[in-house]
Design a protein around this ligand. Structure first.
Ligand SMILES: *[C@@H]1O[C@H](CO)[C@@H](O)[C@H](O)[C@H]1NC(C)=O
Ligand SMILES: *[C@@H]1O[C@H](CO)[C@@H](O)[C@H](O)[C@H]1NC(C)=O
Ligand SMILES: *[C@@H]1O[C@H](CO)[C@@H](O)[C@H](O)[C@H]1NC(C)=O
Ligand SMILES: *[C@@H]1O[C@H](CO)[C@@H](O)[C@H](O)[C@H]1NC(C)=O
Ligand SMILES: *[C@@H]1O[C@H](CO)[C@@H](O)[C@H](O)[C@H]1NC(C)=O
Ligand SMILES: *[C@@H]1O[C@H](CO)[C@@H](O)[C@H](O)[C@H]1NC(C)=O
Length: 413
């Protein structure tokens, strides 16, 4: 008895030491690879719940979106973690009293499957009537939420944190020799408008900067360095999530994405990127040229050894992945092989009628123990498109083109 109790306790202490011990950690355990050596993520993005809720059209969009989530999760029963990659709710359309209540509808398909999830917040998740803090509080009512806030600077936004994923072999015991096999980084690209604030002189809503804050970049670099140290100095494979893509995605698009080598839809040109609309002097009158505000974040992501891919949403009409290697025309920051990926617009709210879907990511290891990241998009039609391997020859390997399908249904926008 005593011995078992001691084991249980030492296990808990060990997880605590390596990550924040959340309710999800205590009930579901920390994230782990399956015994078959895989770990699968389903990324839903731009769900845009709560549009025009005062009309039948509005609530029908939300029902359609719930259906998409159910169809995709039924087709992907091996999902280990759901990522909600920003713009969960169209904040501009919600009421002060109940703006966060849309979360209950969003997470119902996850709760019914006993899945855990992790969110980043998007520009539409901050508005006069909706705050990121209240969204986080609502999420954390369920132990299934792994979303948390690890950077406290007032300018940092909210959804900045990381989740370690442990090897399958770490279940039996927990010792110091059990470092994470994969790190998942979640970054808050902010944007939208500040909660319940008006400009005192003009009366206008107050904008929130729309790039990853430098306080977050510093935290990321220091935390990653500490994790790598604790793991004995070996870089840890990692994936990252941020709602708004960076200038590197625009530079990749301008260089040209090849439909056979970087399969996906490429309808949103130019890419709407971090920093858009904001002048270098902090004014956001929408007229200034891009001011390079995401430079520190891009440099940090590009310079992190082991970082395999950065997944964004925001641009509903882009669904490709691009391997960023070397200096892209017009850019100062140099890529070192990180893949910049869009997902698939999952919600019936939000602009565009590209067929709804969700990017899937399957992480495994090859015979040499090297991490392998495969990804594809599962569509609401049930079809799978854009299946690729984000390895050293991604960008040179040839794949089938992704058809540019649109949603077909009587109630779509
Ligand atoms: C959900 O998963 C947890 C952790 O594995 C388990 O304890 C719980 O019984 C499960 N709940 C349901 C309804 O399956
Ligand atoms: C915010 O919510 C209030 C109360 O429901 C509503 O009257 C108002 O129109 C909303 N304002 C905005 C800017 O959405
Ligand atoms: C919020 O309140 C509005 C106005 O009463 C209603 O139309 C809407 O359906 C409510 N939304 C939720 C999620 O409860
Ligand atoms: C952003 O991308 C554009 C398009 O490729 C490029 O012209 C510009 O120089 C880039 N900005 C920076 C700061 O790298
Ligand atoms: C927007 O702000 C910038 C920087 O302060 C200024 O140079 C520019 O004239 C402004 N444009 C408008 C239309 O107000
Ligand atoms: C990368 O993956 C593709 C598709 O599975 C494969 O054809 C290619 O040989 C792989 N490249 C390397 C370097 O393993």
């Amino acid at each position: 008895m005593l011995f078992a109790g001691f084991l249980a306790l030492s296990k808990l202490v060990c997880w605590k030491r390596q990550s924040e011990s959340s309710a999800a950690d205590q009930i579901f355990g920390p994230l782990q690879f399956q015994s078959d050596g895989t770990f699968q993520l389903s990324i839903f993005e731009d769900l845009h719940f709560g549009e025009n809720s005062w009309t039948t059209w509005g609530s029908q969009q939300d029902l359609n979106t719930v259906k998409v989530m159910n169809q995709i999760l039924d087709a992907e029963p091996t999902t280990n973690l759901v990522v909600l990659n920003g713009d969960l709710i169209t904040g501009e359309n919600v009421f002060f009293e109940n703006g966060t209540h849309y979360l209950d509808q969003i997470v119902a398909p996850l709760l019914s499957r006993n899945l855990t999830w992790a969110s980043t917040y998007g520009n539409h998740d901050s508005s006069y009537n909706l705050s990121r803090d209240s969204l986080l509080a609502r999420e954390q009512r369920w132990p299934n939420a792994r979303t948390t806030q690890m950077v406290s600077a007032s300018t940092a936004g909210v959804s900045n944190y990381y989740l370690p994923v442990y090897p399958a072999s770490c279940t039996a015991s927990c010792t110091a020799s059990c470092p994470p096999a994969l790190l998942l980084w979640f970054f808050d690209s902010r944007g939208g408008h500040l909660h319940q604030q008006h400009d005192p002189t003009t009366g206008a809503l107050v904008g929130q900067p729309d790039w990853v804050d430098e306080s977050v970049v510093s935290w990321f670099q220091a935390t990653n360095a500490a994790l790598v140290d604790a793991a004995g100095g070996t870089p840890i494979p990692a994936l990252a999530f941020v709602h708004i893509p960076t200038n590197a995605s625009l530079a990749a698009q301008e260089r040209g994405v090849n439909p056979r080598r970087e399969p996906g839809i490429d309808d949103d040109a130019p890419v709407a990127q971090q920093g858009q609309g904001w002048c270098a002097d902090g004014v956001d009158n929408g007229t200034c040229a891009y001011g390079g505000q995401d430079g520190p974040f891009m440099a940090a992501v590009a310079g992190t050894e082991g970082m395999v891919a950065l997944f964004s949403g925001h641009d509903h009409g882009n669904t490709w992945c691009y391997r960023w290697e070397g200096r892209l025309p017009g850019m100062e920051v140099e890529g070192k092989g990180v893949n910049l990926c869009f997902g698939q617009h999952s919600g019936y709210g939000g602009y565009g009628n590209w067929i709804r879907g969700a990017r899937q990511v399957v992480v495994s290891r090859d015979a040499e123990g090297e991490v392998v990241v495969e990804t594809y998009v599962r569509l609401e039609s049930g079809a799978v498109v854009g299946a690729v391997t984000l390895n050293d020859t991604y960008g040179q390997d040839r794949y089938p083109e992704t058809p540019n399908d649109k949603t077909r249904c009587p109630t779509c926008s």
